[in-house]
Design a protein around this ligand. Sequence first.
Ligand SMILES: Nc1ncnc2c1ncn2[C@@H]1O[C@H](COP(=O)(O)OP(=O)(O)OP(=O)(O)O)[C@@H](O)[C@H]1O
Ligand SMILES: [Mg+2]
Length: 400
Amino acid sequence: MEPIRVMIVDDIPETCENIKCLLHFEPRIEVIGVATDGEEAVKKAEKLRPHIILMDINMPILDGIAATEIISCRVPNSAIIIMSVQGEQEYLRRAMASGAREYIVKPFTSDELIETIYRVYELEKKRQIQAKNLPQQGEPYEGKVITVFSTKGGVGKTTLAVNLGVCLAQEYGFSVVLLDLDLQFGDSAVMLNLSPRQTISDLAADFNQLDAQLLESCLARHSSGLRLLAAPSRPEFAELVSASLVEKVIKLLKERYDYIIVDTPGSFTDAGMVALDYAHQILLVVSTDLPTLKNLKLGLEVLDSLHHKDKVKAVLNRATPEMGIGPGEVEKTLGLPITGQIPSDGRVVVGGVNKGKPFIIGSPQSRAADSLRQLVCQLVQNEPSPNGQRKKRGFLRLFN
Ligand SMILES: Nc1ncnc2c1ncn2[C@@H]1O[C@H](COP(=O)(O)OP(=O)(O)OP(=O)(O)O)[C@@H](O)[C@H]1O
Ligand SMILES: [Mg+2]
């Protein structure tokens, strides 16, 4: 994790020293500069580009409000936290209007200050990611497809897909839809405690009329904001869902949603192949047992022959040191770095599944939730530019 770079701006050197002391024992926070008036603060902010600026209000030469206004325009990625004393409400209002992100009332404790810095830093990071993902003016809107895949059943694909979708929708505020392409036994609706009235197989009969509006009417809505296009209600309805229907659905969803998360069964299927073709990122769920690793290696060879290997990110699920095979060996076997790891935690993960409450909301402080957040952060930050077009190709054709 990168250190959080902080700059302190206060005209009283003793106050700057005290704040430095308050932050001294927080390993992730690094004080990279100090300024004693607004003008110096502007110059140093431009040069040092800190993540966070702690800004006093009353200062000589240029006060904190004027400095905030200039810095928010010239160095918009530095988040400013105003330090004020009680009774400066009017100043505070003006400071916030000038672009400050938060304020903290003096005197404050070390815990209060650190908590505020972390909160503002996290929010700012999310805001920047959101801004980066917005299409530029005149650019056509195109959502990103993340396909969760594995060559094995029961490794945690649906668990990952559901929690990933909820996290992107609830914590980042993206518009997100989960497409359940485990057409025979899809269970993402159960994991979200939703009872969709319609599923993807209901769209088959309306293939020719299928448009964004009709598709929208088939989506179930979760309290996190996540939408779901559920898998058919019965296994025998799976055959109604053709590869061309899946392709049409994905194309329509990409026009409206920031992220399309696709859950798949534990094998290559025609519907799943479409989702792999359209994926901007493929999350390959990996576990540390030999049979799974052997099959994953074979699966990766297939993905490579389909020219998908560059999009693959390995996610290690349920890894515990007692398993005998460590992450390093997994990376060596697969020839792929591990992008994220979710620890094994039956109480939190299975408990959440059984309550229909994804662990990211049911147990937001758990290690599993923290690991998922780290993974999500990596995925949204390293978003490759969309390629959009699907190369026509079927799984069976590949082997012919
Ligand atoms: N990190 C974890 N810790 C503990 N239990 C987990 C973890 N991840 C998944 N599980 C449990 O493992 C079981 C299988 O998970 P899940 O249904 O997500 O796998 P899947 O790959 O989608 O399976 P399928 O191929 O059958 O669709 C579930 O009961 C889930 O709660
Ligand atoms: Mg599943």
